[in-house]
Design a protein around this ligand. Structure first.
Ligand SMILES: Nc1ncnc2c1ncn2[C@@H]1O[C@H](COP(=O)(O)OP(=O)(O)O)[C@@H](O)[C@H]1O
Ligand SMILES: [Mg+2]
Length: 243
């Protein structure tokens, strides 16, 4: 099976301090990867390197079999960032308008919404269970609703790979479980490859096919079941990953 993400000997530095060291791993199509690790362990940095937002100091990434330098099929990738800084919560846009923005990634100028796009927006909102709030302003939504709207925006162009950076940190436990089952469904029914950055290792073990545990370097990359052996030999785990 060809790899959706291939990372080879990645290193990353901010100023002079090394944040990622010798990161090599591969993600196959259809996998659900839980990317875990303590605060400051380099998870967001790794995600941003994968997305070409940050350039590593050494090493290489390929996406869908193409080196990042020549990769251009960005519509195949949906990304939900950790910090929602791309719009002001009081920005006067409705749920539907925000989700519609997700259709623009495939296009060159002029960017406008076709009938097919409008249908995709409708279907995706329906799938995410937010059709009833399509006209609400995004600033008025609860954390869970906003999260669903942002995922709908990432999903509307039917990505093959979905990367989410701590999307559940502002959700209550029930909404969080609900959210995980939506991701699980996307993964299992639509075959979307998922990379989910989370602190929530206990829950994510139930949904992810593999855990990638990093702390600057890779400490563990394997199936959740095999984590027990890792626990037995790494007591530091308990202190670092309870957040
Ligand atoms: N733009 C930046 N400039 C300098 N240091 C940064 C920057 N972004 C992150 N860092 C540092 O790099 C380390 C890894 O950060 P990050 O990738 O955000 O970790 P995580 O997502 O696992 O919490 C942290 O020590 C953080 O303070
Ligand atoms: Mg982070």
């Amino acid at each position: 099976m060809s790899l959706i993400i291939k990372s080879e000997r990645l290193y990353c530095k901010y100023n002079s301090s090394e944040v990622l060291t010798n990161i090599s791993f591969g993600v196959e199509g259809g996998e659900f990867i839980g990317l875990i690790g303590p605060n400051g362990s380099g998870k967001s940095t790794l995600v941003k390197i994968i997305l070409g937002i940050i350039t590593p100091s050494e090493g290489a990434i390929s996406l869908f079999g193409k080196d990042l330098s020549v990769f251009s099929d960005w519509h195949k990738i949906g990304y939900v960032p950790q910090k929602i800084v791309s719009f002001n919560p009081y920005f006067p846009a409705s749920v539907k308008e925000v989700v519609s923005l997700g259709t623009l990634s495939k296009k060159k100028f002029p960017k406008s919404i076709s009938k097919a796009d409008a249908d995709a927006v409708h279907r995706t909102m329906e799938f995410m269970g937010i059709l009833d709030i399509e006209h609400r302003l995004i600033g008025e939504l609860s954390g869970g609703q906003l999260q669903k709207a942002l995922i709908a925006k990432a999903l509307v162009s039917e990505p093959e790979l979905l990367i989410l950076d701590e999307p559940t940190s502002s959700l209550d436990p029930e909404t969080r479980e609900n959210f995980y089952s939506i991701l699980s469904e996307l993964n299992q029914k639509k075959g979307i490859t998922v990379v989910l950055v989370t602190h929530d290792i206990w829950s994510i073990g139930k949904y992810a096919s593999k855990l990638l545990y990093i702390d600057k370097k890779i400490l563990f990359y394997d199936r959740f079941e095999n984590m027990k052996d890792f626990f037995a030999s790494n007591m530091q785990w308990r202190d670092t990953c309870q957040g």
